[in-house]
Design a protein around this ligand. Sequence first.
Ligand SMILES: [Zn+2]
Length: 148
Amino acid sequence: MPDDIVKDTRPDTLRHLLLERRHQLQKQIDQLLAQHRDIHSHFRENSVLDTEDMSMRDSTGAQQIALLEARTRQRNQLDEALRRLDEGTYGMCEDCDQPIAPARLRAMPFARRCIKCQEQAELFEQVIQREDREEVAPRGGSLSETML
Ligand SMILES: [Zn+2]
């Protein structure tokens, strides 16, 4: 029923939900940034680093950066969802222009595609990445929407 989508995805409820998630993400991002600064200033104070210290600093830093990138990407997705909400195109699949299932939007408020198009897009992305890997060095894994 098309009524469903109206009932389940009222703009006010949605906006609230999206802003709430964005707020949580921003808090995590701020925390990660603060931790990142702490680690670096901690190691700077102990100016004599042995190799173990350095590799610990580097691996911790890399993990934080990966997490930070993932969170920032999610925040950007939320911003985009909010923008689509303003434009009135929220909840429509950007590939096939059909409404995205309300259950999917509830689980993933920033979904830009219906499940069918998303699967296709990810399959496509995997193929591209596989081709990339075969030709050059591996790239950082992209965050799959279905894994969130
Ligand atoms: Zn679609």
